[in-house]
Design a protein around this ligand. Structure first.
Ligand SMILES: Nc1ncnc2c1ncn2[C@@H]1O[C@H](COP(=O)(O)OP(=O)(O)OP(=O)(O)O)[C@@H](O)[C@H]1O
Length: 388
C-alpha cells in the first residue's frame, strides 16, 4: 500500500512530518528520471528514506526511498548537474513489499528501486568492496510458493549463468535469504528502449538509429539461439540501453532451453509480441518466437506503432492470425523486406536471428539505398503471400 501519493500536479497527499521528500526540479535530458534519480539520490545526496518528486512528474512508482517515474519525462525537463532538490517532510515510507535482508546482503549497500516487474523488484546496489554498481532483482519467497514462478525463476538463474555476451545483462550471483531470493547482476545505467522511444518527439527512430539498436538485439538473440536458449519475452521493456546506446537484453524470467529435435507447446510472452504459432497453440522449437517478437520491436522502432493492434487481446490475436499489416510509405524497401522476412507466419521459413545479421538492411547500417525507392506503403498480407 502506498503510504502517500503524488497527485498529477506533484503535490503530496497524506503527509506526515518525520521523513523527508526530495522535490527534484529542472530535469536535464530526455532519459527517464529513474536512473538519474537513483544515481543522484544515492551517489550525490545519499540520504535514507527520501521521496523524489517533481511538479511535472505524472507517472511515478513508489518505494521506500524514492518516487521513480515509470515513464520518461518530457525532454524539456532539465536534470543532472542542473537539478535542484528541495527537502520537505513526509510520512514513513519504509513499508514495501520487498524489504531487503541486509544481513544476507552484507556485501552490498542497497539503494532505491530501479524497476518493478510483475514478480520482482529491482534495486540499485553497490558492492562494498569494489564499489561496483549492480542491480539486484528481488523475488519474495512467498511469491515463489507458486510452483510455476519458482520453476521460471530457477530457470532464469540457470540460463543467466550460461550467458556471457555484450548485449545481455551479466549475472553475478544469487543469494538466498529467509524472505527473498536475490539475483545480483550487472547494472545497466540508462533507459529502457520503450522509454527511449516515448521520449522522442517523433515517437519513432530513423532507420539508421533503429538498425544500430536492432542489430544488437539480433546479435543477442543469435547468441542465445546458438546456445539453444530462447528468451520468450522479447519486447521493448526488456531491452535496456546504456548511456552509449549499447543494448542489454534483460529479464530471462520466461527463458527456456530447447533441443533441436523437440518442439514445445508454449503460451507465454506479451500479447502484442506473440507469434502466430503461439496464438494458434502450435508446437514450436522456440527461436522463431523470439525472432517474431523482435520483428514487432523493429516495426515499432521504425514506425512508432504496432503492426497488429486492437483494444482487446482477442482483437490483437485475430489480427495476427489474419496476418495483414500495413507498412508506412516512407520505409525503405530493404527495411520492409526485413520486416516481411521476420513477420513470416510460418516459423519454419521465418528468417533466423543469424540470417538477420547478414540481411542487406543490417549490413548497410539501415542507410536507405538511394537506388531503391521507398516502399510506397506496401500492404503486406503475409498469409496470402507466404502461406498458400
Ligand atoms: N540489470 C538491470 N539494470 C538496470 N535496470 C534493470 C535491470 N534489470 C531490470 N531493470 C529494471 O527493472 C525492471 C523490471 O525488471 P525485470 O523485467 O527483470 O522484472 P520482471 O518482474 O521479470 O518483469 P516482467 O513483469 O516483465 O516479467 C526493468 O523493466 C528495468 O527497468
Amino acid at each position: 500500500m502506498r503510504p502517500s501519493t503524488i497527485t498529477r500536479k506533484g503535490t503530496i497527499r497524506k503527509r506526515a512530518p518525520e521523513k523527508k521528500i526530495i522535490i527534484v526540479h529542472n530535469l536535464d535530458d530526455s532519459y527517464s528520471l529513474s536512473d538519474h534519480s537513483a544515481g543522484l539520490l544515492h551517489d550525490e545526496i545519499a540520504m535514507p528514506n527520501l521521496v523524489c518528486s517533481s511538479p511535472r512528474l505524472e507517472n511515478v512508482s513508489f518505494n521506500s526511498k524514492a518516487y521513480i517515474p515509470k515513464a520518461p519525462l518530457s525532454p524539456s525537463l532539465p536534470f543532472g548537474p542542473k537539478a535542484k532538490a528541495r527537502i520537505i517532510p513526509c510520512k514513513d515510507l519504509s513499508d514495501t513489499a520487498h524489504n531487503v535482508e541486509m544481513d544476507v546482503l552484507d556485501n552490498y549497500n542497497v539503494w532505491s528501486d530501479i524497476g518493478k516487474g510483475s514478480y520482482a523488484v529491482v534495486k540499485l546496489a553497490t558492492h562494498k568492496q569494489t564499489m561496483m554498481k549492480c542491480a539486484i532483482k528481488i523475488y519474495s519467497k512467498k511469491s515463489l510458493e507458486n510452483p510455476t514462478l519458482k520453476k521460471n525463476v530457477m530457470r532464469e538463474i540457470k540460463i543467466l549463468k550460461k550467458i556471457d555476451h555484450n548485449n545481455i545483462v551479466k549475472f553475478y550471483e544469487e543469494i538466498s535469504g529467509v524472505n527473498n531470493l536475490y539475483i545480483v547482476m550487472e547494472y545497466v545505467k540508462g533507459i529502457s528502449l520503450n522509454n527511449h522511444l516515448v521520449a522522442k518527439s517523433t515517437k519513432k527512430l530513423t532507420e539508421t538509429e533503429t538498425c544500430d539498436i536492432f542489430k544488437q538485439v539480433a546479435e543477442a538473440l543469435a547468441y542465445c539461439h546458438e546456445k539453444n536458449i530462447t528468451h520468450r519475452d522479447i519486447k521493448m521493456e526488456n531491452v535496456q540501453l546504456d548511456l552509449n546506446f549499447n543494448v542489454k537484453l534483460i529479464d530471462f524470467g520466461f527463458a527456456t532451453c530447447f533441443s533441436n529435435d523437440k518442439k514445445t507447446l508454449i503460451f507465454c510472452g506479451s500479447p502484442t509480441y506473440m507469434a502466430p504459432e503461439i496464438i494458434n497453440h502450435q508446437a514450436s522449437s522456440g527461436p522463431p518466437v523470439d525472432v517474431w517478437a523482435a520483428g514487432i520491436l523493429l516495426f515499432v522502432l521504425v514506425t512508432g506503432d504496432f503492426p497488429f493492434k486492437g483494444n482487446t487481446e482477442k482483437r490483437v490475436f485475430d489480427k495476427v492470425k489474419k496476418g495483414s499489416y500495413k507498412v508506412p510509405d516512407d520505409l525503405s524497401r530493404p527495411c520492409c523486406d526485413l520486416i516481411r522476412s521476420i513477420l513470416d507466419p510460418n516459423p519454419i521459413t521465418r528468417i533466423t536471428a543469424k540470417d538477420i545479421l547478414i540481411h542487406p538492411w543490417i549490413l548497410n547500417g539501415g542507410n536507405i539505398d538511394l537506388h531503391s525507392s521507398p516502399s510506397k506503403g506496401d500492404y503486406i498480407d503475409v498469409f496470402d503471400e507466404d502461406c498458400n
